[in-house]
Design a protein. Structure first.
Ligand SMILES: C[S@@+](CC[C@H](N)C(=O)[O-])C[C@H]1O[C@@H](n2cnc3c(N)ncnc32)[C@H](O)[C@@H]1O
Length: 238
């Protein structure tokens, strides 16, 4: 269950749900469970490494995975009445224009679900996750992959205010504040960071980055590592 208003939405039949930057399609699957029925589910992602899991989550009969950059995707569908975007606002450039585009292509009475991590009111362990994420984003940018820092709630609100959607629900899930990750997960995260640095800087890691990684290791040792608060927004197009 992604939110507690699903009783209200349960009555709805959705014709065509599109999950933007779908990855392995887990969010599309969660949205599928929110409604009484969903006829068709399209997942769009610039990479196709999640395609097999997408079809495992959604099934072949109603699922359709499209490998495309969302910025150059040609929207021919007239029937889209639900859009999902999970953990991806900060992976998409020109996000304000994209949100307006999503508003335009949605049918009247259509819904948008946005799920995004935020940088407000973090515990020390969550600050470590934020530092990890921002370092990773910086390294991705070095090789031309768009990836920016996560947004504050104010940033997200101001982006959404301009879109035309009417907010029908919002929730901040702070449960994750309690969930300190295990040592195994922490080690694997640090490994990802070090390997990405090696690869993206081609063995010439800037001293500033190395020292930021070392500092992060120390901070994690002291305060732990924990997932960020997650913001969920549901908007309606009238
Ligand atoms: C952090 S993952 C989120 C995946 C999934 N929505 C989830 O909640 O687990 C970000 C996703 O954005 C995709 N992505 C990044 N840039 C994109 C673009 N320009 N067009 C479409 N997908 C993009 C990535 O390939 C990746 O699957």
């Amino acid at each position: 269950m992604i939110c507690d208003i699903d009783l209200m939405l349960k009555e709805r039949e959705i014709n065509h749900l599109v999950d933007i930057a779908t990855g392995d399609g887990w969010f599309a699957k969660e949205l599928d469970l929110v409604f009484q029925s969903v006829n068709k589910i399209t997942g769009i992602d610039i990479k196709n490494n999640g395609i097999d899991q997408f079809y495992q989550h959604i099934g072949n009969s109603k699922g359709n995975f499209i490998c495309s950059d969302i910025h150059s995707y040609h929207w021919n569908d007239q029937d889209i009445d639900c859009i999902g975007i999970s953990l991806s606002l900060h992976h998409l450039s020109d996000i304000e224009s994209l949100l307006k585009k999503f508003y335009d292509i949605l049918a009247n009475n259509g819904l948008i679900f946005i799920r995004e991590m935020i940088t407000d009111n973090l515990t020390p362990a969550q600050k470590n996750q934020k530092t990890f994420h921002h370092l990773k984003a910086k390294m991705d940018q070095v090789v031309g992959t768009y990836h920016v820092n996560t947004y504050s709630l104010d940033n997200i609100h101001s982006m959404l205010e301009q879109t035309g959607f009417i907010k029908i629900y919002e929730q901040i899930d702070t449960n994750s504040q309690k969930c300190i990750k295990t040592q195994e997960v922490i080690e694997s995260r640090l490994k990802v960071l070090k390997e990405t640095a090696e690869k993206n800087y081609q063995g010439k890691i800037p001293p500033k980055i190395s020292s930021e990684i070392r500092q992060l290791e120390k901070n994690i040792e002291q305060y732990g590592f924990s997932p960020p608060p997650i913001y969920l927004y549901i908007g309606l197009k009238l």
